[in-house]
Design a protein around this ligand. Sequence first.
Ligand SMILES: [Zn+2]
Length: 180
Amino acid sequence: MWLPMLLLAAVCVGFASCGDDDDNEIVNPIPGLPDTGNMAYKTCPNTQHPHWIDLGLPSGTLWRCCNLGASKPEDNGNLYRFGQASSAPTYDQMVELFDKCRYEYVNQSNVDGGRFTGPNGGKIFLPSNVFSRSSTRFWSSTPYDARDAYALSVGLGAAYYGVDWYERTEEFYVRPVRKK
Ligand SMILES: [Zn+2]
């Protein structure tokens, strides 16, 4: 436990607000880098989105609190074709999200969507407020075949969510990830 404590202490030097979020603050993936954008949390610590969320996943994957191009978790952000966003999760990272997290279809700040709660209690919310489809989809970075690629679906009801494949030319949202 000494190393994490030392790293946390080192990171806190120079951040006046650091003490406010000690319970929520998990790790700085790049120790010593003076950039609060690299900190990871279990839930958003403030409204200065986006944040990196640590769900306690075995792979060490951190998920963004909001979609690419969104300014808060409830916003859709921008639409992309497959391969246009390099920060999209792999198929394995999407499957891990479903396998290791508890899924609930909830209303958050008047927006319906899927909430994933990780093994450590960390939470992310994926908005599903596009009513022209049966579900809202998020591109992975993993091809299925020459024409299709994997994407994650969050349904408009409590029942459906999952990872499936779709034509690469479709425009879906992207929820960025990174490794710790
Ligand atoms: Zn956030």
